[in-house]
Design a protein around this ligand. Structure first.
Ligand SMILES: *Cc1c(COP(=O)(O)O)cnc(C)c1O
Length: 367
């Protein structure tokens, strides 16, 4: 049985007719940037995310970058970020001129360990950027309490966790200003590049609306040096449709993840991640830990099963960050995770017999 790592088939089928209708309407509207589709999506996404404002932008990376800029973060500042995140979180900090300060995750959850944050705070620290990795909500109550105590901003990287909860509250609604991505494979994926910022602050919302549009709130008047980070009308039109399916898509992912969990919880070959107490997951990815991971990956590939590694090299060991002077062994948990994690297939429309097969191969693994 060929089991791909990912498939768009069911998602596309779910929204095909509505999307093609919306595309015709968009095409004939002759309004392609910052129009009604965008404002409608921004209202709908703000409601979904239980915040006052959502602002559509061109990608998740741009959403993070503009969020930091709106807070006034720049050269000479430090931003705390988990050591095992995707490179985009770290790049967004670098783009402002600020320095990323890595804090290790918990080995059990793969998410930022709040107990280690205090030791990383200096007089230059301006913000904490928790990343809800793999779809699991971070320990936001603990993180918000530390931020409050030390007068720091919080910017959530909510790219992988649209709809996840911590103590009943949705991710992307905790921080001062938060970013998410609609990269096609995300839980709410667009048909190309898009992202959004969520905030309850009117002034931060106005600031990012200006920053995404050349630093202009009034046409041809530029109050700051901004960017072209606008969302496309076409993507907003599509996202308005997809958003109506997000809860049921997340439920399907949870069902599939639970099927994996049932079969793998007692299998010695792999160790499962845990959600933090009070946190839920929207199962963006189904990731497990395995020593001798590369051999297991090969065994799965030999049986036609696709897997991925999220992520094989932690940011501090990337060539792009050699300037920070980190060596292997400096951030042990991120490095250990990078060697042990393997993401198993999980996609809308996946059949339980496929999960049976993946788990059977893992259970009988020789490596
Ligand atoms: C996908 C992702 C991003 C970046 O989003 P893009 O839309 O690809 O720019 C940022 N952070 C995390 C954790 C992501 O998974």
């Amino acid at each position: 049985m060929e089991i791909p790592f990912f498939s768009f088939d069911k998602r596309n089928q779910d929204v095909r007719e509505e999307s093609i209708k919306a595309f015709e309407k968009f095409f004939d509207s002759k309004w392609y940037v910052l129009g009604n589709n965008t404002s409608e999506f921004e209202q709908n996404f703000a409601r979904f995310n239980q915040v006052q404002h959502a602002i559509g932008v061109s990608s998740g990376l741009d959403a993070l970058h503009l969020s930091l800029l709106a807070l006034g973060i720049g050269k000479g500042d430090e931003v705390i970020v988990p050591s095992n995140t995707y490179i985009a979180s770290v790049l967004s900090i670098s783009f402002t001129g600020a320095t990323p300060v890595f804090v290790e995750p918990r080995y059990e959850t793969a998410n930022l360990n709040p107990e280690l944050i205090k030791a990383a705070i200096t007089s230059k620290t301006k913000a904490i950027m928790p990343v809800h990795l793999y779809g699991q909500a971070c320990e936001m109550d603990a993180i918000m309490a530390i931020a409050k105590e030390h007068g720091l901003y919080v910017v959530e990287d909510n790219a992988q966790s649209q709809g996840a909860l911590h103590n009943g509250r949705i991710t992307g609604s905790f921080g001062d200003i938060n970013a998410t991505s609609f990269y096609p494979t995300k839980n709410l994926g667009a048909l190309g590049e898009a992202g959004a910022i969520t905030t309850n602050s009117e002034s931060l919302a106005q600031a990012v609306k200006s920053l995404r549009n050349y630093g202009s709130s009034e046409r041809y008047y530029n109050e700051v040096k901004g960017y072209n980070n606008r969302i496309d009308e076409f993507e907003a039109a599509y996202l308005n449709i997809a958003l109506n399916h997000l809860n049921s898509w997340n439920e399907e992912r949870s069902f599939l993840a639970a099927e994996y969990q049932k079969r793998l919880k007692d299998v010695k070959r792999v160790e499962l991640f845990e959600c933090a107490p009070g946190s839920t997951s929207v199962n963006h990815l189904y990731v497990v830990k395995a020593s001798n991971r590369d051999a297991l990956r090969k065994e799965l590939a030999d049986k036609g099963i696709g897997t991925q590694i999220h992520y094989p090299v932690p940011p501090h060991l990337q060539k792009a960050y050699s300037e920070l002077g980190f060596k292997a062994g400096y951030l042990k948990i991120a490095e250990k995770l990078s060697q042990e994690v393997i993401s198993l297939p999980l996609w809308l429309g996946m059949e339980v017999k496929m999960i049976d097969e993946v788990c059977r191969v893992i259970e009988s693994s020789k490596s």
